[in-house]
Design a protein around this ligand. Sequence first.
Ligand code: PPE
Length: 308
Amino acid sequence: MQHDIWFNGKLVPHAEANISVLSHVIHYGSSVFEGIRCYNTKKSGPAVFRLPEHMRRLEESAKIYRMASEYSQEQMEAAVIETIEASGMQSCYIRPVIYRGVGGLGVNPLKNKVDAFIAVLNWGKYLGEEAMESGVDVHVASWSRMAPNTFPSLAKAGGNYLNASLVKMDAVLNGYMEGIMLNREGYVAEGSGENLFVIRDGKILTAPAAFSILPGITRDSIFRIAADLGYEIEQTAIPREALYIADELFFTGTAAEVTPIRSVDKYVVGSGTRGPITTAIQAAFFDIVEGGNDPYGWLTPVNVSVPA
Ligand code: PPE
């Protein structure tokens, strides 16, 4: 079933949420977006995970690209809730997008209209159901992450995903689930749609924000969860070969949640299955989002009435 789309302030049927082929975004990739999950928590029903943080990042992505959205962060948060409630979905993936619309062709976007929409859809496990336990097989991508001062990596912008989709296609066509990108200096950056964590000798490492990564909201959540479980986390330069001798590796992301990695470039990671620290962090994460146990105040409840 296709749910109503919130489109420039109003809920409209899916079929009516259309854009012009002459929209700036079609020609030049000028959009910013978010991916957010709503979970049907055991404890208190449907709730959105870290909604203010996602909408803040959306607003900041728009700011970087000088897009003046008509809607404030608070209005966009309310619009997300409204869209979920209207859909009747108790759990869903939420995709808000702000983009450059019509207003003439040509690179200069300053005259083009800025439009916004929010869609809600079903989205299961990003890297496969059984991957959550057994882990995924990945490779190091031959494409690098963008260099600093080329495309702003802190903005979650549509155009950045041209690079990501080259990485993902190469991975899939070579029989891997995902590709890990290195930055321009050759240090580990992230997956095409996930942040990456490396565990060795009980210590957890991940790339710093300045390494051309998207600093994920799940990544930030893992910092809190892991610290409270007593693990030390360091944001540091990780050489490629550290992946091959790691004890454990895992991806994080809204879509990917916490997904273990069992091999990289056919090197077996640790024991070749989900390791103990990954298991503990994954369990703590799912206790929040699925269990509804929310020590950090990360869940925003939504009222989805179940049809009788
Ligand atoms: N890095 C990239 C490049 C990325 O796209 C994502 C999310 C992350 C890191 C993790 O960020 P966060 O979701 O805030 O923890 N990728 C989104 C889109 C994936 C897609 O295929 O589309 C997502 O997970 O929603």
